[in-house]
Design a protein around this ligand. Sequence first.
Ligand SMILES: *Cc1c(COP(=O)(O)O)cnc(C)c1O
Length: 215
Amino acid sequence: MDTIYKQIKEDLNTAKATLVAVSKTRTDEEIMELYDLGQRIFGENRVQSLTAKYESLPKDIEWHLIGHLQKNKVKYIAPFVHMIHSIDSFELAEMVDKQAKKNDRIIDILVQVKIATEESKFGLNNKRISETIEKIKGLDNVNIRGMMGMASFTSDEDQVRSEFKQLKSMFDTVKQTSFSDQNDFDVLSMGMSGDYKIALSEGSTMVRIGSLLFN
Ligand SMILES: *Cc1c(COP(=O)(O)O)cnc(C)c1O
């Protein structure tokens, strides 16, 4: 783990990108191994495991929710979650805003965009992005920090690259049109174990890596 962690961190340093260590299905002991190497940002795809791990692990960990989120579960993570990568509707953002208010917090969110051709991937369609973002901007207790996307699960590197290019171009457009007066729309979450190097070369600022780190 030591060697691969250092190698990934080196790749990320060059690109000035942030590592979210995806700890889903890992034990507290495995997570602590990475924590002891200095890692403080961890991501989970399920609310239940996120809250359980938040409770049992050190409180200086920044927890990111990266998986699909149901509105009725937002209340469980609102007290502590650091960033939610998977906002795919205005209604979900509204719920995060409401629960953030209750906890006297402002929660950082990313809008998830559907770039993969596979039916199974969540996220907003291209057409709905700007209108949804404009509506979310009106909410006081969520802070839109950027966008997240997952490429198709395929060995075709050209396809993966072209999906990342598409996301980066949408990100740039939205930044220019809706956030030209703000500096904190600056997170482009793309890249996982199998494709993070392609993602970095296409402008990713945050990668979510699980299996490569923990195996
Ligand atoms: C599991 C997961 C990852 C990490 O995938 P690996 O291939 O294990 O690196 C990244 N993003 C999301 C949304 C995930 O669910």
